[in-house]
Design a binder for this molecule. Structure first.
Ligand code: NAP
Length: 532
């Protein structure tokens, strides 16, 4: 694999403190209320949910009397305050006189604000005007916002130098991610900076700049009070930062895992893995990775800091080409969903979908009769009918073949059924033909078509009549859990195996591959049922 990645050199970037809090990165909640009273409520709530400080966004206030309102807001804040009065020319809402704006920020300083955020464009002028008037502990954040893109590493370096030259106590650069690899250039800055630096890459593709800021030496990150109450695109909530991503536990040497996909925000995997990492005490975090180009992603994030990945639609096939080693069955299936980085930096890939589905079906059959030879698979010799020939179809067909089953593939597009059947020495047919196919009793059926999936929950890929010949019916669909196919199979007396079993068991396998430890099966099951 080509190696064009950045070296993050994170292990000695910071020293972590003891206790539950492993990093010094601050969590700041922007207050977006349009009245002083609303902001007072918001700042109390910010403290309750675990923020370290609040950003008072004066430009959000509909009416504002600087002396009077700042006195109330700063003095009554239960948390340290950042005061920001963002002008429209830097992405804020203030459109008035510049002298009045800077005057209000000076009043905030005099009234005891802990930080002022001032834009680079006017920072020299502002800093000169407060020279030798700055109270002890008061700090100036000099910020630059780019709502279009993330410049080159060199250009960002120059920008940071310009910000430092204004006399900034804290540097803040906020750029926009057009691709997740843009974030690496900002990590490079925060991790190596000698001055406290806030590095934010806005937008959904920049999410990891916020989540991993403690790992890469960020001074502060922003967390919204609640979903939707964001001051910049891509901002997570405080709750998600703390509870979903274990923000306080992230350290410079924390290993990063994540799910690569597009879209990816809906994935529950971060919830499962981060809870498990916390419970077991592993110094690891699992994040959402919205990736457009997998090859570019692996090329840039090539350090061992990025220790493993899950891979979902649409990258399961493209990712295969970026691997150094591929599990033989995953290679045959032609799709991977689990990637582990070896200590030498190389990538090894697996397909845990087939293991998850096949083990669930085997356990279903084992539960039904006691005549299975010890050590053997209950699928050996069985007639195994796979409906569908897409990604899941391939996993089931190869998995069943590996266990010694005789495989039949039925698919809407016959050519795809034929192609897959040929690869597993099986028989191909159309979905119409499978309705009358019952050469023997006690067959196993695995639906891997999307027929019956939400919102078309009244559909089913095979008639109830045909189901009478099956001993076990599995449905890969997990939305809904109880599909029409499974309900009818149960009515016909078949054992049923849910798609959620495949989903959860493939997760067990990924956890084992990532950590080398047994999967916390009960924890995963409890979390899945609580967050279904
Ligand atoms: P895929 O690669 O796009 O394949 C879709 C399959 O469904 C193809 O065989 C396709 O037939 C067939 N199909 C689609 N619409 C159909 C229709 N109206 N009538 C008949 N056949 C139709 O998708 P996939 O990744 O294999 O996923 C398939 C299903 O499995 C989805 O519901 C997915 O959520 C589920 N799944 C579940 C898990 C789990 O962990 N439980 C894991 C992976 C997938 P053609 O070849 O004719 O287009």
């Amino acid at each position: 694999m080509a190696s064009g990645g950045f070296s993050f050199a994170t292990s000695d970037a910071q020293t972590s403190s003891s206790g539950v809090r492993s990093n010094p990165t601050l969590l700041c909640t922007p207050l977006m209320g349009t009245t002083v009273d609303q902001m007072l409520i918001e700042m109390r709530k910010a403290k309750e949910i675990g923020a370290d400080l609040v950003e008072i966004r004066l430009d959000c206030l509909r009416q504002f009397s600087p002396q009077q309102d700042l006195e109330i807001l700063i003095k009554r804040s239960p948390l340290p305050t950042v005061v920001t009065y963002r002008p429209i020319w830097e992405g804020g809402q203030y459109e008035g006189d510049e002298n009045k704006r800077q005057g209000a920020l000076k009043i905030a300083m005099e009234l005891g604000a802990d930080y002022i955020d001032i834009e680079l464009q006017v920072a020299n002028e502002f800093n000169n005007s407060i020279y030798e008037k700055k109270p002890d502990k008061f700090k100036v954040i000099v910020s630059s916002h780019n709502f279009h893109n993330t410049p080159s590493a060199e250009a960002i370096g120059n920008l940071v130098a310009r910000i430092q030259a204004t006399g900034a106590d804290i540097v803040k650069i906020a750029t926009t991610a057009l691709d997740i690899t843009d974030v690496a250039r900002v990590f490079q800055i925060t991790v190596h900076s000698q001055v406290p630096t806030i590095g934010i890459v806005m937008g959904e593709r920049g999410l990891i700049s916020r989540l991993l800021s403690p790992k890469f030496g960020g001074y502060l990150t922003y967390g919204a009070l609640e979903a939707g109450a964001i001051s910049a695109p891509g901002q997570p909530t405080v709750k998600d930062l703390l509870d979903l991503y274990n923000f306080r536990l992230i350290k410079p040497d924390t290993k990063v895992y994540g799910i690569i996909g597009k879209p990816v925000g809906h994935s529950k995997s971060p919830l499962l893995f981060n809870e498990a990492f916390k419970k077991v005490g592993l110094n690891s975090v699992y994040v959402h990775l919205l990736v457009d180009d997998v090859a570019k992603f692996f090329n840039i994030y090539s350090s061992t800091d990025f220790a493993g990945f899950s891979c979902t639609i649409p990258h399961k096939e493209a990712a295969l080409k970026c691997m150094n080693e591929i599990d033989p069955i995953a290679k045959k299936i032609g799709a991977i969903n689990n990637i582990v980085r070896r200590p030498d930096g190389s990538l090894t890939a697996f397909n845990t979908d087939y293991i998850g589905a096949i083990s669930a079906i085997e356990d279903g059959l084992r539960g039904s009769n006691g005549t299975i030879p010890a050590g053997g698979s209950p699928l050996a010799g069985k007639l195994f009918v796979v409906l569908g020939a897409g990604g899941a179809g391939k996993s089931l067909a190869y998995g069943a073949k590996q266990k010694g089953a005789r495989v039949v593939v039925a698919n809407r597009t016959f050519e795809r059924a034929k192609e897959l059947a040929d690869k597993v020495d099986g028989k191909a047919m159309t979905l119409a033909e499978v309705q009358d196919f019952h050469p023997e009793e006690g067959m196993v059926l695995a639906n891997t078509t999307s027929v019956g999936m939400k919102p078309d929950i009244d559909l089913t890929p095979i008639s109830k009549e045909a189901l009478k010949h099956y001993a076990l019916v599995f449905d890969a669909i997990y939305t809904p859990k109880d599909t029409r196919l499974l309900r009818e199979a149960k009515e016909c007396g078949a054992i049923i195996v849910y798609g959620t079993e495949m989903l959860i068991r493939q997760g067990f396998e990924q956890y084992k591959n990532f950590t080398g430890l047994p999967a916390p099966e009960q924890l995963f099951r409890d979390l899945m049922s609580r967050h279904a």
